[in-house]
Write a protein that binds this ligand. Structure first.
Ligand SMILES: Cc1cc2nc3c(=O)[nH]c(=O)nc-3n(C[C@H](O)[C@H](O)[C@H](O)COP(=O)(O)OP(=O)(O)OC[C@H]3O[C@@H](n4cnc5c(N)ncnc54)[C@H](O)[C@@H]3O)c2cc1C
Length: 236
């Protein structure tokens, strides 16, 4: 007899949740799966010093919030938190996971070889001449088409090699070493509002890579309805 309750359903983590935004021309997505607190939580946290609480936001509270943000009195923001699920290429994951103030759990390619997908950029950018970590939109259309075809071929060939290794009995944890940075991964990422704002400052910035910027934009879209005044103050 199964120990599962009759009503329990199991879904794939690789399917976007209802509240999500597609990115990378539909190849990636970010979804909001959980959230704690409201903007009222922020002003109440700020007023804990005076031993007072409110249950709705007024204009005075918006002024207080503006004061907090402008003066970097950020600890009240830490009482609001979000959990996102992110579907992105491995190289975006590596950039994201440098943000140590988030908590992460990721799909493990030691456990599973299902749902293998690869990112092929819709637009292939050229190398910037004066900034070694930047790109520019100067690559001719024919070169882009050729580069996309090569990337796509490499993605497919690496998957074929991976499957061949598994077929030979090689373990998943070693076979995955032949998969490229374009492999899509999925992870949960939880963060408080203060550290989310820090991430958005750094990653929705012209110095950040185009791909991770798309995710930062998408997160703004997801959280804007929850923190409309914060979004307004930051001009999101
Ligand atoms: C455009 C861009 C280019 C980058 N290029 C590179 C690169 O070439 N090579 C590279 O290695 N990284 C690179 N990074 C990553 C960067 O160095 C940071 O690791 C990343 O942006 C996370 O920022 P953070 O540490 O502020 O965030 P978090 O880890 O979320 O930390 C938030 C804040 O908490 C505090 N904090 C967290 N941990 C500590 C700690 N251990 N000690 C003291 N204070 C702490 C700091 O004040 C920090 O700003 C790049 C980032 C960007 C945005």
């Amino acid at each position: 007899m199964s120990d599962k309750p009759a009503s329990r359903t199991t879904t794939s983590i690789n399917v976007p949740p209802p509240n999500h935004v597609m990115v990378l021309d539909g190849q990636g997505w970010v979804g909001l799966i959980d959230q704690m607190g409201t903007e009222t939580t922020i002003v109440n946290a700020a007023r804990v010093s005076f031993g007072k609480m409110v249950d709705t936001m007024t204009e005075r509270d918006v002024v207080l919030m503006k004061y907090l943000l402008e003066n970097r009195h950020t600890s009240p923001l830490e009482h609001m938190a979000f959990t996102f699920v992110v579907h992105c290429p491995l190289f975006v994951r590596s950039q994201w996971h440098r943000h140590r103030t988030w908590s992460y759990n990721e799909i493990s390619r030691r456990y599973t070889e299902v749902d293998m997908e690869f990112y092929t950029p819709a637009v292939v950018r050229g190398q910037s001449a004066d900034n070694r970590q930047a790109s520019v939109d100067t690559l001719a259309k024919e070169k882009q088409d050729e580069a996309r075809a090569l990337i796509d071929r490499q993605n497919r060939e690496s998957l074929a090699l991976y499957e061949k290794l598994l077929g030979m009995g090689v373990c998943r944890e070693q076979a995955r070493g032949v998969l490229p940075q374009n492999l899509m991964t999925t992870f949960w990422a939880s963060v408080d509002l203060g550290n989310l704002i820090h991430f958005l400052d750094l990653r929705d910035h012209e110095g950040a890579q185009w791909e991770i910027r798309q995710y930062a934009h998408a997160i703004k879209e997801l959280v804007k309805p929850i923190v409309p005044h914060v979004a307004g103050i930051y001009g999101w």
